[in-house]
Design a protein around this ligand. Structure first.
Ligand code: SF4
Length: 475
């Protein structure tokens, strides 16, 4: 469930709130009538903080920003804001500035006030910068600037906050809820994935050579990173993976990603041993397991139940589409109903899910992708989404068919539109792991624009920001 929060103080600054509550997405500038802004809330640091003080005077307005955020994050926000320590929560109606639309939100108001108090300079700067960032009315910004403020004599605190403010300037809030932001908030550091190949196959391929059979688009060599090598032990693969990530991104924490083929096909004893091996690394904070919706045995279920208590667990489910025509086109060899059946079995378990889906499957329309998004939004147990646009890689059946002209692939504009339509129709609280796919160098056949994944990602985000399109807008 998502809720709407009206912020009128320092949380108007996107970077400040998203750093505290990553699920918070700015929705609209709004006004609260019959209230007046003061910096008179008594704070334990000796200064005054913002309060939307109720005057019931029709000439008094407090401007602010509506954020949409996860309901489960409210407890954290209450604690940060100091509910019970001079702030309380109330529900209020605010009006959007552009459409004058009434929106029910919650906000914080002061219960302990002192009109002699002044804000610290850095705090007032947060509020003023937030007002500028959201383009509140000029007169209102000038009114904020006129408030008297004082130096914070705690230099460490003052310096720390000024640094945060500097970093916040020019920050653009993400139009969708990034999984990376969620991980950083949860673990306190940047968290990356290290892929592991246990040497198993998938139900769809030859169990011995792993090469024959399979979905028509699949060539695991086209996406597995070099350190995931079945000839190495799990410990060696993790060590190599950490070395590669540290060289590229600096120190961080990692999730061991049992990615290759279908990890839940593995012999249970070996999978258990592999889990223990990866968790013996102090840098590993979680385990991610790849599976198909039809390859989840009771034994795997029992194993995950055991490890949900020991580690953060993520189950990555390759679904690709909810449409039977597409599952058949892709050669998936399973139908859609097996997916909700799997989710049902996971209910009540502390295991996050991430569903892999493909956008732009030949034959799928924009309406089809909206239907897929709405179905994902409906299913409570779908915590996250990983999107891959349809592409053709070497040494697959689709390479041959594409070269014969059996089907065409989407161009850049159609790809962008399908991704954005999808994001607009899922829940705002579903974590977005990825919006576009890629493959290892030398494997891509089509479409060629996707050679630069970061550029396509940038173009999608830019379009969403400029056209005011955001995750959950049509949910
Ligand atoms: S996509 Fe997954 S299920 Fe399909 S062939 Fe490849 S490994 Fe097997």
């Amino acid at each position: 469930m998502t809720i709407q929060y009206f912020s009128y103080g320092s949380n108007m600054l996107h970077a400040r709130l998203q750093e505290r509550i990553p699920s918070a997405i700015p929705v609209s500038v709004a006004v609260l009538h019959g209230h007046k802004l003061f910096f008179h809330k008594i704070h334990q640091d000796g200064s005054g903080k913002c309060d939307a003080f109720q005057t019931n005077n029709k000439d008094d307005d407090v401007y602010g920003l509506i954020y949409e955020m996860n309901e489960e994050d409210k407890e954290v926000l209450d604690e940060i804001e100091g509910v019970g320590n001079g702030y309380e929560v109330k529900e209020i109606d605010v009006y959007t500035v552009n459409e004058n639309q009434k929106v029910r939100t919650f906000t914080y108001y002061a219960t302990n006030i002192n009109n002699e108090l002044k804000p610290y300079l850095w705090y007032k700067d947060f509020v003023v910068e937030g007002a500028k960032e959201n383009k509140l009315p000029l007169q209102y910004i000038k009114m904020l600037e006129r408030f008297e403020a004082e130096d914070d004599l705690n230099l460490q605190r003052s310096f720390g906050n000024k640094k945060i403010l500097e970093k916040s300037k020019g920050y653009t809030p993400s139009p969708f809820y990034k999984y990376s932001t969620y991980l950083k908030k949860r673990f306190g550091v940047k968290v990356m994935k290290i892929s592991i190949d246990l040497g198993q196959s998938c139900p769809h391929r030859n169990a011995i050579d792993r090469k024959s059979g399979g979905c028509f688009y699949c060539n695991p060599e086209s996406f597995m990173p070099p350190e995931a090598d079945e000839t190495r032990t799990v410990n060696e693969q993790i060590t190599k993976g950490i070395e590669r990530c540290e060289k590229k991104y600096g120190k961080g924490k990692y999730i061991a990603y049992f990615q290759a083929y279908t990890s839940t096909l593995e012999n249970i004893d070996s999978l258990k041993q592999a889990f223990d091996d990866v968790l013996s690394f102090h840098q590993i904070v979680g385990i991610s397991i790849s599976t198909r919706p039809d390859t989840f045995t009771q034994k795997v279920f029992e194993l995950l139940k055991e490890y949900e208590k020991k580690s953060y667990l993520l189950l990555e489910i390759g679904l690709e589409s909810i449409h039977e025509k597409s599952l058949s086109f892709l050669g998936r060899n399973h139908n859609y109903p097996v997916f909700p059946q799997l989710l049902k079995r996971l209910e009540g378990l502390n295991i996050e899910t991430c569903v892999h889906l493909i956008t732009g499957i030949p034959g799928e329309t924009n309406e089809d992708i909206i239907q897929t998004a709405k179905e994902m939004a409906r299913l409570e147990k779908v915590d996250g989404i990983k999107l891959h646009h349809f592409h053709v890689v070497k040494n697959t059946l689709f390479e041959k068919e594409y070269n014969k002209g059996v089907f065409a692939v989407d161009d850049l504009n159609a790809t962008k539109e399908k991704v954005i339509l999808f994001l607009e129709n899922i829940r705002p609280n579903q974590k977005v792991h990825r919006i576009i796919g890629d493959c290892n160098a030398g494997y891509l056949v089509a479409p060629v624009f996707s050679e630069s994944k970061s550029k396509v990602k940038y173009l999608i985000e830019e379009e969403m920001i400029h056209k005011n399109r955001r995750q959950g807008k049509n949910y």
